[in-house]
Ligand binder design. Structure first.
Ligand SMILES: CC(C)(COP(=O)(O)OP(=O)(O)OC[C@H]1O[C@@H](n2cnc3c(N)ncnc32)[C@H](O)[C@@H]1OP(=O)(O)O)[C@@H](O)C(=O)NCCC(=O)NCCS
Length: 122
């Protein structure tokens, strides 16, 4: 059964500015090691960082609570399968709160914008 859907759109230059201004202070607060590794191997890393930022926000919307103190950016991780398909992985308290649920993710990039859609199923 579908329990929730969340969508987010992110402006890539905004994420780029945060990364350029704050470097690891920003990236290490928001993205896991695996996400940083994935994005920095790409020709346009900012687009992929922005997509992961959108995925985390879309997940928070799909849960119905939005981003609040119950979530940590680092507890929601985007991992791509061999085919490129993105999947959501959860860690810590967030993993416990979604333990019996399934979360589906789709990402898209176009120019300065990226979008993410998350569906949560029970
Ligand atoms: C997958 C595909 C539809 C993406 O469409 P696109 O218009 O090129 O790119 P978009 O900006 O809309 O989407 C990019 C996102 O698609 C997602 N994606 C990539 N491969 C995917 C797949 N097999 N299934 C679902 N989603 C996929 C990723 O999340 C990617 O973003 P990320 O790298 O930041 O995680 C397109 O590349 C395609 O059909 N490829 C065919 C298979 C292929 O060429 N594979 C190459 C690797 S072997």
């Amino acid at each position: 059964m579908v329990e929730g859907v969340g969508i987010d759109i992110v402006d890539v230059p905004r994420i780029r500015k945060s990364i350029e201004d704050y470097r690891e202070l920003f990236t290490r607060r928001i993205f896991t090691d695996a996400e940083i590794d994935y994005c920095t191997r790409k020709p346009n890393p900012y687009q992929h960082f922005a997509a992961r930022f959108a995925a985390k926000e879309a997940f928070s919307k799909a849960t119905g609570t939005g981003w609040n103190s119950d979530f940590s950016w680092l507890e929601v991780e985007v991992i791509n399968e061999q085919s490129g398909k993105p999947t959501l992985h959860f860690l810590g308290e967030t993993a416990r709160s979604v333990a019996k649920k399934k979360a589906l993710l789709s990402l898209s990039h176009s120019g300065d914008y990226v979008t993410a859609v998350v569906i949560i199923e029970s």
